[in-house]
Ligand binder design. Sequence first.
Ligand code: ADP
Ligand code: MG
Length: 685
Amino acid sequence: MSSLEEKNISSGADKDQNVEAGSARGPREGLEGRSVFISWEDLWVKVPDKKSKSRSILRGLTGYAKPGQVLAIMGPSGSGKSTLLDALAGRLDSKARQTGQILVNGRKQPLAYGTSAYVTQEDVLTWTLTVREAVYCSAELQLPDSIPLSEKRERAEATIKEMGLHDAMDTRIGGWGTKGLSNGQKRRVSICMEILTRPRLLLLDEPTSGLDSAASYYVMKRIVDLAKHNNMVVIASVHQPNSDVFGLFEDLCLLSLGSMVYFGPSSEAREFFSGNGFPCPSHQNPLDHYLRTINTDFDEDIDSRFGGQFCSTEEVITVLIRSYKSSVSYTEVRRQISEIKRRGGDPLEKGNQAGFYTQCGIIMRRSFVNMCRDPGYYWLRLVIYIALGLGLGTVFYDIGSDYSSIQARGSMLMFVASFLTILAIGGFPSFVEDMKVFERERLNGHYGSAAFVLGNTLSSMPFLLVISLIPSAITYFLVGLQQNIGHFMYFALTLFACMMLVESLMMIVASLMPNFLMALITGAGIQGLMILSGGFFRLPNDLPRILWRYPLYYIAFHKYAYQGLYKNEFEGLMLLARNIPSTRQGYSSEEEILRDVWQVEMGYSKWTNLGILFGMVVIYRVIFIGVLQLKEKFKPVIQEIMSISHHRAERSPINPYSRLLQGSDSSGVQDFITKADRRVLASEI
Ligand SMILES: Nc1ncnc2c1ncn2[C@@H]1O[C@H](COP(=O)(O)OP(=O)(O)O)[C@@H](O)[C@H]1O
Ligand SMILES: [Mg+2]
């Protein structure tokens, strides 16, 4: 592997190339100071395991990546490639515990939220958009306001063409049962979005999966060129590349069972394998040979010949790991890492982006288009609401004005404010998809949580207005509530506010819960509790004081909605007051009905109730932003604390392979994953 010194000399040439590259260069950085070195030392990742308490997924990995080059991570499926990328990107699962050091330019710093770009294995895209719309929006969001819109779009278009997607430019991405792009095309759209800004550190998890061999070659070639021209650090896990693609990678990191089997120039891997007694047959692609040699998944069937006798794959891996640890390559890696640390460099900083209001506008536009095109977001709900509105209208048809209508009016209003609004969770699956896109874009630093929440809120408002106005009109006039446009508007606005509240509540729950189903059940449960404490099923004064009255009754938005709607309906309802003989029923005015029958708080007007509801909408959305931001701030801190405590509890993790290499004891046995591993250890010890 070329040394750092050599790299520094060659960086001048890279800069020249950058100048030539012109518009292909990213706007985030100038030419100077683009060099980023990332290194990781003794990196362990463990996850809890029922049988042996914890299971090691990565075992003491050490390596580094240099600017201007693509480091390829390869290994059999399940060898820890994605976990290594997750660890480098700071996106490990919350259950996973990481120890060891990851340094950028010799210093410790978190890599999420804008300092690096990571294309994960799963393509998370807004499925209703076309390729052009999706990439244009991404460019407009990420590139700074100083770049004119036309230039942003030009760059987006050029990138789409570079990824070979020009024919699919106006095809919808598709998903949810709608056929759109193929998986390979989706992969390329995801890559497009992350390379628009030429980030200094780009992580790609299986960028070529789903692509045919020609497409794989061209995509990887573009990425390699991009890395060279822009002095980017690119680390890509690559699955089964053909020899052309493999030839593009200068450096190779070969993993098996979470351990490093080889790290160094890809050209020297062949020598490494043959030097250890596993020469590549002349007719075979070298990479296929390496992967077959270190694949433990089918160890019962495939054995290798070593030193004239058959041995299992695990034994082969042990030999290779042992040999790698004592090789010149490993010493060179350690030397390079010390050099990176000594040399230091600037911390990675977030690049310039579009301004806050531009981002809000773009997110709003994109979200609006998505809501329009996704039938599950609002349209299906509109149909259901119309059906329910008709149902309510016919059940309570021409409600009349006798004594029993007091109860009927109350029940009908309660149904509207609670059960009609609880159906807002019907749009939840679509919202969860939106959240996934947000999380990906947020982690890659495209925009902040406030821009997302504001954009999403504004785009949903017209739809919510439509789905509250139409069913309201059907119900209101069929039932025959107070025939007055002002009263009707109050009724519709209350329904609108309640729907926004339910949506806001579901958003908060979705951001706190680990998965969709749990969020759905929790959200519905919380609303059930709020309805119970809202003052209808049990009148406010009869509610048990602890919990139900204080604080639930005051927290539940249902209380304000019910009482506002009651005031709206019963105040000025002359018919009712006239028809009820005050002597028999004891009600002399509508105010008494409100106060005595429904126990409504009469100290303020119905407009205050509506104001409180809209105030709550604002509070809920602010809470949602707060939750998103707190999660961002505290997740890395919590992970750090957990890793330290885990580290202490376990006393420093021991690489069993390294113990084997030193030929000492067997206390690392519990770190092993498979029974196959135990066999190796047993045979070694
Ligand atoms: N959060 C996790 N909890 C439990 N096991 C995990 C977790 N993440 C990864 N693993 C396990 O670690 C191994 C390596 O996973 P991964 O890094 O995805 O492999 P690769 O990308 O090389 O196919 C797999 O056996 C996988 O099941
Ligand atoms: Mg993977």
